[in-house]
Design a protein. Structure first.
Ligand code: CDP
Length: 208
């Protein structure tokens, strides 16, 4: 059983993916963390973000079990992740790792930008989770503030829009809605309502 969840930054896909994995007793992989982990290693070692071979070498040594979300969620790491995510060879390396994860029984929920289109095109259920840019920026600002980080709504909104633009216009594996994905717009939903809608979609898809 594979559930593919895609969507833009701060759409709520990560929380939904985690909760669906617990609910359906599946493994969970936040694939954004794999791009973030490579970006963080490059930044920490003063290595360039545009050198594909260097990024591939870092990706080959990536240990999924050691990715620490609390460290990797830093804003500048997200920005760097989106910049290295345009490198085709790096994506190939990370996608192979993600596919291996997905094939481990009893199955998994993966969330990212290209899960339904590239990583798991045969997933049993595909969700594309979205929300207006303003709603997403509000959530990200609140999330940062709750962690004691400085967050200005207008600049968070600008950053999100810039990242959405880069992620959806890149030539390799751009973020897009798979033809057979269910669209879940969470602009007007709290997380509980969004979760219930997602559970209903998955449960229905399983029946068919
Ligand atoms: O949590 P947030 O949406 O801010 O970002 P993320 O999911 O951790 O992803 C960080 C960056 O990695 C994104 O902006 C994408 O450029 C890239 N990414 C990707 O290209 N493909 C994926 N499957 C996941 C993330």
């Amino acid at each position: 059983m594979i559930i593919a969840i895609d969507g833009p930054a701060a759409s709520g896909k990560g929380t939904l993916a985690r909760r669906l994995a617990t609910h359906f007793e599946l493994h969970h992989l936040d694939t954004g963390l794999t791009y973030r982990a490579v970006a963080a290693a490059l930044l920490a070692n003063g290595l360039p973000l545009g050198d594909e071979q260097v990024a591939i070498d870092v990706a080959r040594n990536l240990d999924l079990a050691k990715m620490d979300k609390s460290v990797l969620s830093a804003h500048e790491i997200g920005e760097a992740a989106s910049r290295i995510a345009v490198l085709g060879g790096l994506r190939e390396e990370l996608v192979n790792l993600q596919k291996r994860f997905a094939s481990t029984p009893p199955g998994a929920v993966l969330d990212g930008r290209d899960i339904g289109t590239v990583v798991c095109p045969d997933a049993d259920v595909k969700l594309f989770v979205t929300a207006s840019a303003e709603a997403r920026a509000r959530r990200r600002t609140d999330e940062m503030a709750s962690k004691g980080q400085e967050a200005v709504f207008a600049s968070v909104l600008d950053d999100l829009k810039r990242r959405d633009e880069r992620d959806s216009t890149r030539s390799v594996a751009p973020m897009k809605i798979a033809d057979d994905a269910h669209l879940l717009d969470t602009t007007e939903m709290d997380i509980e309502t969004a979760f219930q809608s997602a559970v209903d979609i998955v449960a229905n898809a399983r029946k068919n």
